[in-house]
Design a protein. Sequence first.
Length: 258
Amino acid sequence: MKLFNSFNKIVLVVEYDGSHYHGFQWQTGSPTIQAELEEAIHKVTGERSRVIAASRTDAGVHAKGQVVSFRTQSALSPQTFVRALNHYLPGDIAIKGACRVSADFNVRRDALNREYDYYILNGSTRSPLARGFAYLVTGELNIETMNKASRFLEGEHDFASFATSLGKLRGTVRNVYQAKLTRQDDLVAFHMVANSFLPHQVRNTIGLLIRVGLGKVALEEFHQIMGARTVGLAGPTAPAHGLCLTKVNYPSSLELAV
C-alpha cells in the first residue's frame, strides 16, 4: 500500500436511492449524495475529506455500484469503515464494500467502463412498488425493433445528438461496448456499457428508443439522428427515476471488505 503525505486512500462502493437527492455532486443548500458521504466520513474520522465519484449521477438517478474515493489519516480498516459509515448514513444510502488503494489510483480515469440500466414498466396500469425505479410507458413497445436500433449505438461514435448539453466537454466521441434491451413480463430493462457517458446520454438514448418501440421513429430516422451529431436532437429525455448506475469496471477487481 502506498501512502501520500501520510494519508490513506479509501475506495467505497455505494448503493443509493436517488429519489430525494439533487444528484451526486455537492450543491449549496440542496441534499446530495456527496454531501451525505462527506458528513458521515467527518463523523467517523473527525476529518473533512473530499469524496470523488467515478460517475456523477444526476438528480433522481439511483446507483447500485457507484465507486468513490477519499483520503484519510485514519487507520481504521476497510471493514470498519463499512460498518461505521453505514451507522451514520441515512437509510437510502449504503456502503456495500471498501478497500485501501494506492495513492495514484483514480476512480474516474482508471475506470475501463461504466454500466447503466434503465427500467421501463410497460403495462396498462401503474405499479406503486415500481414507480420510484421504473418509467411507466403504457403503449406496447416493440423490443425487437428497439434492439435493432440499439445495435447502431455499439462501437465508437460521435454521440453529440444524445447529449443535453456539453458544458466544458471538448469531445463527444464515446465507445459503447453494449446496448441491449430485455423484457421480463411488464418490466423492460435497457443495459448500456460505455467507456464514459455524455450528460443525459442514457436518458436521451432511451427516450429515442421508446419512440422507436412505439412506432413513432423509424430505424432509418434513428440512424440519421445519431449521425447528425447535433446536441439535444435525440430527446425527449426520459425521467431520471428509471436510471441506475449498476457497475464501474476497472482493470483489476477491487478487493472489497464488507
